[in-house]
Design a protein around this ligand. Structure first.
Ligand SMILES: [Zn+2]
Length: 543
């Protein structure tokens, strides 16, 4: 463990932290602010360390910074990451094989947090909740001994806000791109609190129409030096934002036209609204004001939505993190003025990293390429080979979450076993330049030792929801569309994420021990002296 430099931090934070160290930690803080940044590679802090001046700078220099934290599952999607972080269990163990779960019986993909028994209180989209999951989360462990503790969770994304809230929070809000409002379902509450209408009125996102996204710092050369040329091939070109380079203009929409709030996914602004909702909850629900520790869970989605379009080394992604740094700085200062940093434990981590655009990786000397997200065309090719052996038929039902699902009906009709199909397909797929590793259902169900990627797939595996073959592409290859990028595989750039604990009198420290993201929830519980289930996949990190 190593102590890091305390210089160059905003004076206010410096003074606050010194004050905290002097007064020491209380038994438990009044508030835990638990922040998940959607798509934040661990190297983000290093790349922009001299440009971060606000919230992210405070966390990196004044917090306990864990430098070797990784997701230990193979399909690094948003839902997988959030469930691992909040429940302390591998996503496969709780049934989360991806953002969408494939149901073999009706051959349908269903959104993992969709709740068919609940209704939304407003807006025009599906109801969501924690109902599909029997596991508990950090918030539930706290409430089990302290029912008076309040728990609120907010995010643009449902499959981020829901896992963080756990079984029985006071409220969970997410953004409905159809209506342009934050909404919830009646799983959580029967009607909105009165303050919620005032918030919605004040923060309705119509404010963003007609705005232009310009670089937040004036110096384009700085952006080029810290990222790359602004207009880069394979950055997304379609959509409202249109041009692949700054400035990005969101057109004014005439009031008589229905608004497509989906276009807000292309701009970094919505997290400002998410943090303002968190602020409103803080004040209106009196969080952190009594002896019962409250939890405010926040997942910030815009780095992910921007990252998908432009890639992690784009100027747009850089600008989004510079904005996040400022937004978090303002948020922490607000928190300090209301509750006090010394009475607040801040947790920050991320649900996954991001794969660089393959076209950019090639400029860096890597072999890299793309294959369609659902292996479209390729699955037909595999099927033709199987049909040549066993006769016409549909052998492959679907490709989902980097996994191939066999058609069990065809197999039964023809009297073929999975093992027979495996023995044809596995060597065939492995011949492809883009295919790094392939594992079979039998391998994941068995107890023989597997290599690293196999172990990561085992942590993602669920007997009902998972497929039959599991593919990890070669490093720098991407299973995605023709433009933009994603995460979702088991390479280090997608697994390696930051984890920081700060505030509450903690002293700055860098911990280099190897940590899994399933350790995060039990670490926070242990630190705050709350019980946690004995059969978790993670365990507390002592530092
Ligand atoms: Zn994503």
């Amino acid at each position: 463990m190593m102590r890091i430099s305390r210089f160059n931090v905003l004076v206010i934070f410096f003074l606050l932290t010194v004050a905290c160290i002097r007064c020491g930690k209380t038994d438990r803080p009044g508030l835990v602010v638990f922040i998940v940044v959607d798509q934040m590679r661990e190297d983000t802090f290093d790349r922009f360390q001299d440009l971060f001046r606000h919230g992210l700078r405070f966390l990196r220099e004044e917090g306990v910074y864990f430098s070797e934290v990784r997701h230990d599952h193979a399909y690094t999607a948003t839902s997988s990451g959030h469930f691992a972080i909040s429940t302390g269990r591998f996503p496969g163990k709780v049934g989360v094989t991806g953002n969408y779960l494939y149901n073999r019986e009706n051959e349908e993909k269903r959104y993992c947090v969709e709740d068919l028994e609940s209704s939304v209180l407003s807006g025009n989209s599906r109801a969501c909740s924690f109902r599909n999951f029997s596991c508990t989360a950090l918030a539930d462990w706290v409430r089990s001994v302290s029912p008076e503790s309040k728990v609120w969770s907010v995010s643009v994304k449902t499959h981020a806000a829901v896992p963080l809230g756990g079984q029985d929070p006071d409220g969970v809000f997410w953004f409905d791109f159809n209506s342009g409002e934050f909404i919830t379902s009646d799983y959580y509450m029967s009607e909105y609190p009165e303050w919620f209408f005032r918030f919605t009125q004040k923060w309705y996102p119509d404010r963003y129409f007609g705005q232009t996204w310009k670089r937040i710092l004036d110096d384009p050369a700085l952006y080029a030096a810290k990222s790359r040329a602004d207009d880069f091939f394979a950055e997304a070109r379609e959509g409202t934002g249109g041009e692949p380079s700054f400035p990005h203009v969101l057109p004014e929409v005439p009031p008589e036209n229905p608004k497509d709030y989906g276009c807000l996914e292309e701009f970094p602004w919505l997290d400002e609204t998410t943090l303002n909702l968190a602020r409103t909850i803080l004040v209106e629900e009196n969080l952190g004001k009594d002896k019962f520790t409250d939890l405010l869970m926040i997942s910030l989605s815009m780095p992910d939505l921007i990252g998908h379009r432009y890639g992690p080394f784009s100027q747009e992604s850089m600008d989004t993190f510079l904005r996040l740094d400022r937004m978090l700085g303002e948020f922490f200062m607000y928190m300090d003025s209301t509750i006090g940093i010394k009475n607040t434990l801040i947790v920050l981590t991320s649900d996954h990293g991001c794969t660089p655009l393959p076209e950019f990786s090639r400029t860096q000397g890597h072999e890299a390429g793309r294959i369609d997200r659902f292996l479209r065309g390729y699955d037909a090719q595999l099927n033709r080979v199987l049909a040549e052996i066993w006769g016409e038929g549909r052998y492959i039902e679907v490709v989902s979450n980097n996994s191939i699902y066999y058609d069990y009906e065809t197999m039964a009709e023809k009297g073929i076993s999975s093992g027979e199909i495996d023995s044809v397909l596995v060597p065939m797929i492995l011949k492809e330049a883009w295919a790094g590793k392939v594992y079979t259902r039998r391998q994941l169900l068995g107890d023989t030792d597997l290599d690293r990627y196999g172990r990561l797939w085992r942590n993602q595996f669920h007997p009902e929801n998972s497929g039959d073959l599991f593919v990890t592409p070669e490093a720098y290859y991407l299973i995605w569309g023709p433009f933009g990028t994603t995460h979702e595989d088991a390479h280090d750039y997608n697994r390696h994420v930051p984890f920081v604990l700060a505030g509450w009198g903690l002293e700055a420290e860098v911990v280099h021990d190897s940590v899994s993201t399933v350790d995060i929830a039990p670490t926070v519980a242990y630190l705050l002296k709350y019980p946690f289930p004995g059969d978790l996949d993670g365990e507390p990190v002592r530092f």
